[in-house]
Ligand binder design. Structure first.
Ligand SMILES: Nc1ncnc2c1ncn2[C@@H]1O[C@H](COP(=O)(O)OP(=O)(O)OP(=O)(O)O)[C@@H](O)[C@H]1O
Ligand SMILES: [Mg+2]
Length: 388
């Protein structure tokens, strides 16, 4: 079905209207085949009385002219509709239109039946002639090609959309599967060691479980933040404490890799959506830890005081691997990741979205092999925050 494709509907409407004008006709219509209902449906109707026709269905059988043409795949010229046994008067009763002469041609493209085209009544009262019939068949074949092309285009777009959704889901599933493997490994150690006097192995298993639960919770939170439009909930926020919190949350992950986390703040209180900024920082600090090589890694989180424009900056700097310029171009695209099954590629897309919803901007500087700095530049008092 092509119903719903506005561009195509416009093309069909103007082509059949032009054809009807050329033949000095009062009314015209295009009916498309609805394969599910094995019927024709009015798709374009143009004329003085079209009320009640839009999307109305007509069986493909010999009890109407359009049904007969679709059934037999043959164009017809009917000089006197009421004198033809196939003519169905119900449609005239329904619309109040009085059909006299009809041209009806099948719409067939590459041996596939797509519908029929009808042209009704010459304005000068005469019946249509053989010349009009040939012209209507030529117009019908052009219309059928346009419909066929539009359907192919739709099908291609649908296939591309499905492929993208498929790839995204496959990437996510792979990432979640790896985390679940971690959870299973941690739970297994706990199971094995439960009841033993030595609790150190239980503690190790529990640490693995906690780490993977946090990873899973981050993915779910990122998916939620990315999929929903959200107005920030501005509240007074002690920004230095928030950075300390996030660093505390990721200290174990950093410690396991020998990465040192430090934080400092020049600023006391700002007005911000705390849970949104927390998500941004978890993503930036998490990425910075990932970028550091094992041992010797350093990640600094600094809050710099407001500038003349009333904006403050949170900077997350690491001495990790840095980025290739080509990767740098794509990092804010959803699902771009260089981490294989260990990343969904949603972290920075979500961070950017939250920062922009917050009236701020995100900047990045990176030197391959030396490190990266992300800066979130945000208003101290965002527009939309309650004054006072
Ligand atoms: N500090 C950084 N240093 C080097 N590369 C980085 C840094 N931060 C991000 N990147 C690059 O940007 C990519 C996208 O980051 P993003 O946070 O969106 O996704 P991810 O970390 O791969 O997965 P996740 O959705 O689990 O966070 C990363 O895969 C990485 O290649
Ligand atoms: Mg990330």
């Amino acid at each position: 079905m092509v119903a719903g494709n506005l561009d195509l509907a416009d093309v069909l409407r103007s082509s059949i209207h032009a054809a009807a004008e050329a033949m000095n006709a009062e009314a015209c219509s295009i009916l498309l085949k609805d394969p599910e209902a094995d019927a024709l449906r009015f798709h374009i109707v143009d004329g003085p009385q079209t009320h009640g026709l839009s999307s109305a269905a007509l069986p493909i059988d010999d009890h109407s002219i359009a049904g007969w043409v679709a059934n037999h795949q043959e164009a017809v010229l009917i000089p006197d509709a009421y004198g033809d046994a196939r003519f169905n008067r119900d449609w005239d009763l329904r619309t109040g239109f009085r059909t006299k002469s009809i041209l009806c041609a099948p719409l067939v493209s590459q041996d596939r039946q797509v519908g029929v085209m009808q042209i009704l009544n010459r304005r000068d009262g005469r019946a249509f002639d053989e010349y009009d019939l040939v012209l209507s068949q030529a117009v019908a074949s052009l219309i059928a090609v346009a419909i066929h092309n539009a359907e192919e285009h739709e099908a291609r777009l649908r296939a591309e959309r499905l492929a993208t959704i498929g790839q995204t889901i496959a990437g996510m599933a792979h990432c979640v599967k790896n985390i679940l493997n971690g959870l299973r490994a941690g739970s297994y150690i706990i199971d094995q060691e439960m009841g033993e006097a030595d609790t150190s192995k239980v503690a190790r298993g529990w640490k693995i479980v906690k780490k993977n639960m946090m990873l899973l919770s981050n993915i779910v939170m990122d998916m939620l933040s990315y999929s929903k439009e959200r107005k920030p909930l501005y509240q007074p926020c002690r920004i230095g404490d928030l950075c300390e919190d996030v660093v505390g949350l990721l200290r174990q992950q950093a410690g396991d890799k020998g990465v040192t986390l430090v934080t400092s703040s020049d600023l006391d209180e700002v007005c911000a959506d705390e849970s949104g900024l927390r998500r941004c920082l978890i993503n930036l600090v998490g990425n910075a830890i990932d970028a550091c090589s094992a041992g010797g890694g350093l990640v600094k989180v600094d809050v710099a005081a407001a500038d003349a424009d009333g904006r403050f900056a949170i900077r997350v700097r690491d001495n990790g691997c840095g980025m290739e310029p080509q990767a740098r171009e794509k990092i804010f695209d959803a699902f771009f990741s260089t981490k294989g099954g260990k990343g969904t590629g949603l972290g920075l897309a979500v961070t950017k979205k939250i920062v922009e919803e917050h009236g701020g901007e995100i900047r990045v500087e990176s030197v391959l092999g030396q490190g990266t700095e992300f800066a979130l530049v945000l208003p101290v008092k965002p527009a939309g925050a309650a004054s006072g």
